[in-house]
Design a protein around this ligand. Structure first.
Ligand code: MRU
Length: 376
């Protein structure tokens, strides 16, 4: 099968897409985001001059994905401090903008702590603001470094699990440079395999309802020149049954202390399919996604999103934010179940790849050994 269904990205473009950047403008500093609700139709930037604009961008998924949320949250605190807003209030609203990805609260906390420490020391809010910005830049840099290391660990693991090479990898949601200071998490591993000629195909789940796979992962795959094929989420079962999937690679929004993994809704069914078909199910996430204070999967708060994201399809070329105005695909008044994430129990996860190394089998002890000193 496969090649007659294939869409390979022939127009090779740079894989690096700056998803976020800090800029000094004559009116003061701003945070510039690549608006992910407009991709792939348009590469449009959104300029945030305060934390509330950033909170809106986070809620509408203009900026999204766990690692990037951490970076954005840290810069958001720095922005509030630099522009003389109430830093405590900004930190609280930013940290609560989305509940599942723990990276957001971690990033906010790091910039806030740097601000408060410097303020206590110098008594000067301007110096506090500089310290918050330095912390945000550090979060950004560390994520880029983590991404490089995860790619190396992940590729080594793939090669170990699948010694034949020519990996056919299925992925869900979006985990590349759009969500990271570097090349991402799961996507960075696929990219590393592609670069050494060992990625035969990336199967890209479209990821209903907001189509992060179709709109964003296919966009990143095309830019990197890898062979990729898009499928509807419900086509994954037949792909496994046909023996076309060698491994599943996904990211994570929060990993509980017992190794339960919250990721984009639709990840858990893939884990069940993978187990049935004896295919490795690999989670790639930085240690900032591991939350040692969340004991298990049941304790992870799963964000519930508005029903109209399910009952309406956003019009082509229009923002896919679920803001309404899309094409109705259900009778008016239909209720929808729309959790943004689901939770995969540790026993279905073959391995968790972090920048510090690989946890496999996935156990509370194994995770604690790797991330025990990391307290988000
Ligand atoms: O709702 P989103 O688009 O922010 O969800 C993102 C995901 O679920 C990603 O898979 C996850 O954040 C891991 S990204 C490295």
């Amino acid at each position: 099968m496969a090649d007659q269904y294939a869409q390979s990205g022939e127009d090779k473009q740079p894989a690096e897409i700056p998803a976020i950047r800090w800029e000094e403008s004559p009116e003061g500093p701003v945070l510039v985001l690549l608006d992910q609700t407009r991709l792939p139709a348009e590469e449009v930037e959104r300029v945030c001059t305060d934390a509330s604009a950033l909170v809106e961008a986070i809620r509408s998924l203009a900026v999204r994905g766990a690692p990037l949320l951490g970076i954005a949250g840290a810069y958001g605190v720095a922005l509030a401090a630099a522009r003389g807003f109430d830093v405590e209030e900004a930190a609280n609203t930013l940290a609560g903008a989305r509940p599942t990805a723990v990276n957001l609260a971690v990033g906010v906390r790091r910039a806030r702590a740097a601000y408060l420490a410097e303020l206590a020391e110098s008594g000067d809010p301007a110096q506090g603001a500089r310290a918050a910005l330095a912390a945000a830049r550090q979060v950004h840099r560390e994520d880029a470094e983590a991404s490089t290391r995860m790619a190396a660990h992940g590729l080594a693991l793939l090669d170990e699990l699948l010694p034949g090479g020519g990996h056919r990898v299925l992925t869900h949601c979006n985990t590349g440079s759009l969500v990271s200071g570097g090349e991402g998490t799961a996507f960075a591993v696929a990219l590393a395999a592609h670069r050494v000629g060992r990625l035969r195909r990336l199967w890209v789940d479209e990821t209903r309802p907001l189509l992060q796979g179709a709109r964003l992962t296919a966009y990143e795959a095309a830019r990197s020149g890898m062979a990729y094929t898009l499928l509807t989420d419900n086509a994954a079962g037949s792909l496994f049954a046909a023996g076309e999937v060698d491994a599943v690679l996904i990211g994570a929004d929060r990993i509980a202390a017992d190794g339960s993994v919250a990721n984009k809704v639709g990840s858990y069914p893939l884990a069940v399919l993978a187990r049935y078909h004896h295919v490795p199910f690999i989670v790639v996430a930085p240690t900032t996604t591991v939350d040692v204070h969340t004991p298990n999967g049941a304790a992870i708060e799963v964000e519930q999103r508005p029903g109209y994201e399910v009952t309406e399809m956003a019009a082509p070329q229009a923002p896919v934010t679920g803001a309404g105005g899309g094409l109705a695909v259900a009778p008016l008044g239909t209720q929808a179940y729309n959790p943004a994430f689901d939770v995969t129990p540790p026993e279905l996860v073959t391995a968790i790849v972090t920048e510090r190394g690989v946890v496999s089998p996935v156990t509370a002890d194994g995770l604690a050994e790797l991330c025990g000193d990391h307290a988000p």
